[in-house]
Ligand binder design. Structure first.
Ligand SMILES: Cc1cc2nc3c(=O)[nH]c(=O)nc-3n(C[C@H](O)[C@H](O)[C@H](O)COP(=O)(O)OP(=O)(O)OC[C@H]3O[C@@H](n4cnc5c(N)ncnc54)[C@H](O)[C@@H]3O)c2cc1C
Length: 312
């Protein structure tokens, strides 16, 4: 294969996940890291042969490293540069692609190779109703991948690799003035392994504790449909799932009293297991779920909560 694959993420955990994929796509995997020595060691234990380490400087925004990251990519000429799709990662991917005049393909769900060894990028379009396959023929290809596209392998501390220390040379054009804790909701639904979503089938705000109790029994986080957050304002905007809301990829997605319209389920279609509770079996949610309870949520949820608590 003899292909160089480079990985970058602002989260070293996410870079470890991407190394799992990188190892199947090339035989020479490196990571560009803005972090510290211990992050670099972790990446080597996950299979990075080289880590280009920019020591993270206090109060310097990640974007300030983009020119230097571009220089590494331009010099090393990997066939593929995989970037974790965090807010800052998206920016870095675009800045690097522009600097090295490479194509940038966003939000890839899968990367494979064809018979000629070219990368084939799988993406979802039309709210996830259709898939596309794109082949890129240029030199270095920059792609962004959602978090958890791959699962990190167990670290192997017997693996060896090289840490190449780099210095930021480019000028920092953005000055960090102040860091303030984000007001409001601190829960990140997109990082949860278990998501319990509810919709307008929950008739009153006073009934929400019934859902929260089930979420707590499952050790998950509660999410909602857009009308619950935007129209009723029962939950923060950051908790609604879907096309215009958050995307999630949990192991378990419990969908309670929501119709499962494509705009909503688009944000959860990568969940491993989808369980629906709805009293109208003709709703679209029944076409996408793995398991379903066709019945009244006011009967089903307390029974489910009791059964799950009994397992503890
Ligand atoms: C451009 C665009 C973008 C959008 N983006 C999003 C998005 O990101 N996220 C999103 O959520 N929506 C989005 N929407 C809105 C989306 O199309 C749906 O209107 C919305 O998701 C419906 O919310 P719901 O399922 O809570 O309500 P409803 O569609 O009213 O569904 C309520 C469900 O509860 C069931 N039910 C009622 N009572 C009970 C009971 N006692 N027991 C069990 N089941 C019961 C009903 O059978 C019904 O299926 C978008 C729409 C547009 C046009």
């Amino acid at each position: 294969m003899n292909k160089k694959v480079f990985v970058f993420s602002e989260s070293s955990g996410n870079a470890c996940e991407m190394l799992t994929g990188a190892k199947t796509l090339g035989d020479n995997c490196s990571v560009i890291l803005v972090g510290n020595e211990s992050d670099a060691a972790e990446l080597i234990a996950h299979g990075a042969q080289k880590v280009f380490l920019f020591e993270k400087e206090k109060d310097i925004m990640l974007e300030a490293y983009a020119d230097d990251i571009s220089k590494v990519v331009a010099e090393e000429k990997p066939a593929l540069f995989m970037v974790g799709m965090t807010n800052r990662g998206r920016t870095i991917a675009a800045m690097v692609a522009q600097a090295i005049q490479a194509p940038c393909v966003s939000e890839c769900k899968s990367i494979t190779t064809d018979a000629e060894g070219r990368y084939v990028l799988g993406r979802k379009i039309y709210s996830g109703m259709a898939s596309t396959s794109e082949v890129c023929t240029s030199g270095t290809l920059v792609v962004t991948l959602p978090m958890r596209t791959y699962e990190a392998e167990t670290a192997d501390t017997s693996l060896t690799g090289e840490i190449i220390r780099k210095k930021r040379e480019s000028e920092c054009k953005v000055k960090l003035v102040e860091v303030r804790a984000k007001a409001g909701d601190s829960v990140d639904v997109s990082a949860a392994d278990t998501v319990v979503l509810f919709g307008r089938g929950v008739a009153k705000q006073e009934d929400m504790p019934m859902i929260e109790e089930l979420t707590a029994a499952l050790g998950g986080v509660t999410a909602c449909t857009r009308p619950i957050a935007v129209d009723y304002k029962w939950m923060p905007i950051s908790r609604y799932i879907g096309l215009s809301g958050k995307s999630v990829k949990p192991k378990l997605y419990l969908d309670i009293g929501s119709s499962g319209q494509i705009q909503q389920i688009a944000g959860a279609q990568d969940a491993k297991i989808i369980v629906a509770i709805n009293n109208n079996p003709s709703e679209p949610v029944f076409n996408v779920c793995d398991y379903a309870v066709a019945g009244d949520l006011y009967e089903a949820v307390p029974i489910l909560t009791k059964l799950i608590k009994a397992l503890h």
